[in-house]
Design a protein around this ligand. Structure first.
Ligand SMILES: Cc1ncc(COP(=O)(O)O)c(C=O)c1O
Length: 402
């Protein structure tokens, strides 16, 4: 017999943990249960929209499984994948050796390992606003605080350097840079990247360079941030999820920059990685295949993305009361609605869901103020489907704003 019938108490840290991109799906399921079709523009998964994993990656995984490579791997990953990642960084101007590379369960695990390994509870991390929400979710888990810094939609969504400076305190440890950016689609010019590196250097901060969309800037792959300064304290990460169209495989990597200042961080991250044994073994063989094989799918993918970005920007800007900065990479746009007084971004997004069955994510799920009226669109559907969806967004917003 249980000592009490009361529900088991859960940890308080979970109360602070939110991940709007998936949390909002519960609302969409209610709409579906009521008989309405929902079009999901909330999750950045190219596979769900018909962009398929390149066959040579699939072959590499199948071959590994057939050859019996189904056991645990070394915690930092198989040697050949780590070497392929290091060689890829070297080819992009970053001098990093394989022993400073870890193969991870997606970029997500890299983010968690780096923050857990470097930041103590009570310390602070500079996170862009808007941000990819995993950063603040992990900070909630480890008891650290986000210090949001502004990225400015009136200036191509570039980081506001003065605002970053104003947010640095004695407790600040890390500067998160997401470039190309989710949720805004911004791509930072070199001058901005250099200024961020100088700023981090001046304050002894580690830069976490989230480069998961690095190969998906429409004008061509952008070099890793660390290529601008090989000795800067930068930890770079990316994965097979976006540019190699295999998000479900949970295969990614991180590279801890060559600076000896990062040696303790590398040891801490490796120690933590030992505890989770390894990332999925057969998928690690696909990392090698991806980084040493044919990448022509990226050219086609970038072309498709540019077309959808242009369509999205034009259609959003044509709606009275909505404005949208043109994305320059990835598959997201972050339009702004001029909300009626007293309304929030969630009112707009949930209204759109309930009346039209279109699911976007409200900006406050990425850290913007609810009254600022931002929402994020994932524009991976076909241009034809997007056109029909945007007709409905226009209708809905006319009603909502009238
Ligand atoms: C900026 C950013 N970082 C990290 C991730 C997580 O990617 P992964 O699938 O590699 O864990 C995403 C996924 O959408 C993302 O947008």
């Amino acid at each position: 017999m249980p000592a009490s019938a009361a529900a088991i108490r859960t940890a308080r840290r979970v109360d602070r943990f939110t991940y709007a991109i998936r949390n909002i799906v519960a609302e969409a399921k209610k709409v579906e249960a009521a008989g309405q079709k929902v079009r999901y523009l909330n999750i950045g998964d190219p596979n769900q929209f018909g962009f398929l994993t390149p066959p040579h990656l699939i072959e590499a995984v199948i071959r590994a499984m057939r050859e019996g490579k189904n056991g645990y791997t070394p915690s930092p990953g198989i040697a050949e994948a780590r070497e392929a990642v290091a060689a890829d960084f070297v080819s992009r101007g970053v001098n990093v050796s394989a022993d400073r590379v870890l193969i991870t369960s997606g970029t997500s695990e890299g983010i968690e390992l780096a923050l857990t390994g470097i930041v103590d509870d009570g310390e602070e991390v500079l996170v862009p606003s808007p941000t990819y929400p995993l950063y603040t979710a992990v900070l909630a888990k480890i008891g650290a605080q986000p210090a949001y810094y502004r990225t400015d939609h009136t200036n191509a969504w570039l980081p506001d350097l003065d605002h970053i400076r104003s947010r640095i305190t004695a407790k600040t440890r890390v500067l998160v840079v997401i470039d190309p950016n989710n949720p805004t689609g911004a791509v930072y010019p070199d001058a901005t990247r250099k200024a961020l590196i100088e700023l981090a250097d001046a304050h002894g901060l580690v830069i976490l360079a989230d480069e998961v969309y690095g190969d998906l800037a429409y004008d061509g792959a952008v070099p890793p941030m660390a290529a601008l300064d090989n000795q800067a304290p930068i930890i770079s990460y990316s994965s097979l999820s976006k540019a190699y169209l295999a998000p479900g495989w949970r295969a990614g990597w991180m590279a801890v920059g060559a600076s000896p200042r990062l040696d303790p961080a590398l040891s801490a991250i490796k120690k933590l990685a030992d505890g989770r044994l390894c990332s999925p073994g057969p998928m690690q063989y696909a990392v090698t295949a991806a980084l040493t094989g044919d990448r022509s799918h990226q050219v086609a993918f970038r072309r498709e993305l540019r077309q959808r970005a242009e369509l999205t920007t034009a259609r959003m800007n044509a709606i009275p009361g909505i404005s949208c900065v043109a994305p320059r990479g990835a598959f997201y746009a972050m339009p702004k609605v001029e909300l009626p007084r007293g309304k929030t971004d969630a009112d707009f997004v949930l209204g759109l869901l309930r009346s039209k069955g279109i699911l976007c994510v409200y900006g406050s799920g990425f850290g913007t103020a609810p009254e600022d009226g931002f929402f994020r669109i994932v524009f991976l559907a076909t241009p034809k489907e997007l056109g029909a969806i945007y007709d409905e967004v226009a209708q809905f917003s006319r009603d909502f704003l009238s």
